[in-house]
Design a protein around this ligand. Structure first.
Ligand SMILES: CC(C)(COP(=O)(O)OP(=O)(O)OC[C@H]1O[C@@H](n2cnc3c(N)ncnc32)[C@H](O)[C@@H]1OP(=O)(O)O)[C@@H](O)C(=O)NCCC(=O)NCCS
Length: 212
C-alpha cells in the first residue's frame, strides 16, 4: 500500500524532514524533501506546517510552500499549489484550516486564510480569504455557496446583470421631465416633441438568448 501511494510517501518523508528541521539539522531536511519530490511528484517544503490526516490523492504536481500551514483532515487533489505571489519574505503562503477540500489544479496564492470546511473547485485560482463552510470556484475564485446556501449576485445570476447604460438613461429621462415641469411652472412652454421620434423601450422579443 505504502509503495503505491505517493501521497502517503510524501507525507511520511515530510514528517521526518520537518522533525529534523525543527531540531536544527542543516541541509538534510531539504535533501529529504527533494528526494520525496523526485519520487512522488509532490513537493512539501520541509518548513511547512502540516496537521493530522492530510490526504493527497494522486499526488502529481502538488506544491506546498515554506510558510504554508495546513490543519487537520485536509484533502488535496493532484496539481494543487499552496504558493506565494512573488518574492515577498515572511508569511507568504496560504493557511488552510481543518477539513478543507481543494480540487485538482487549484492554485491558492499568498498569505490567505481558507476557512474550515471550505471546498475549492478544480482549477480555481484563489487570491483572497475563503469563508468557512463555503464553496469557492473560478478565476479568480469567488464563493458560490456559503453554509450550503447559494450566493446570489451578479457572479452567479449573470442573466440579470445590472445595466448601467439603461440606468443612466432612466436618470436623464427623469431629470428632463422634472426640468420640463419647472419650465411650465415658470410660465414657459417646453419644446414640443414629435411623437414619431419617440420610441418606447421594450424588452427584446423571442427566445431568451441566455437560454443556451
Ligand atoms: C467545487 C466542487 C467541490 C463542488 O462543490 P459543491 O458545493 O457541490 O458545488 P456544486 O457542484 O453544487 O456547484 C456550485 C456551482 O459551482 C459550479 N462549479 C462547480 N465546480 C466548479 C469548478 N471547478 N469551476 C467552476 N465552476 C464550478 C457549478 O457548475 C455550480 O454552478 P451553478 O450554481 O451556476 O449551477 C467540485 O465541483 C470540485 O471542483 N471538486 C473537485 C474535484 C476534483 O478535483 N476531483 C479530482 C478527482 S481526480
Amino acid at each position: 500500500m505504502l509503495a503505491t501511494w505517493p501521497g502517503v510517501q510524501a507525507l511520511l518523508a515530510h514528517r521526518v524532514a520537518s522533525e529534523l528541521h525543527g531540531a536544527g539539522v542543516p541541509l538534510l531536511p531539504r535533501a529529504i524533501a527533494y528526494v520525496a519530490r523526485v519520487l512522488t511528484g509532490i513537493e512539501i517544503h520541509h518548513a511547512a506546517q502540516v496537521g493530522e490526516g492530510l490526504f493527497i490523492d494522486h499526488g502529481a504536481g502538488v506544491v506546498i510552500g515554506e510558510t504554508a500551514v495546513i490543519g487537520d483532515g485536509v484533502t488535496l487533489y493532484q496539481g494543487v499549489t499552496l504558493g506565494g505571489t512573488g518574492f515577498e519574505t515572511g508569511k507568504r503562503h496560504p493557511t488552510v484550516q481543518n477539513n478543507v477540500t481543494i480540487g485538482s489544479g487549484a492554485k491558492l496564492l499568498g498569505p490567505i486564510e481558507i476557512g474550515h470546511g471550505a471546498k475549492v473547485g478544480a482549477n480555481s485560482v484563489v487570491v483572497r480569504d475563503v469563508p468557512p463552510n463555503s464553496t469557492v470556484v473560478g478565476v479568480p475564485g469567488h464563493p458560490v455557496r456559503i453554509d450550503g446556501r447559494r450566493v446570489e449576485g451578479p457572479d452567479t445570476d449573470w442573466i440579470h446583470l445590472p445595466d448601467p447604460v439603461a440606468d443612466a438613461m432612466r436618470t436623464l429621462s427623469a431629470r428632463v421631465a422634472e426640468l420640463e415641469r419647472m419650465v411650465t411652472e415658470l410660465g414657459g412652454t417646453p419644446p414640443a416633441v414629435e411623437p414619431e421620434n419617440v420610441h418606447a423601450l421594450r424588452p427584446v422579443r423571442g427566445r431568451n438568448p441566455a437560454g443556451g
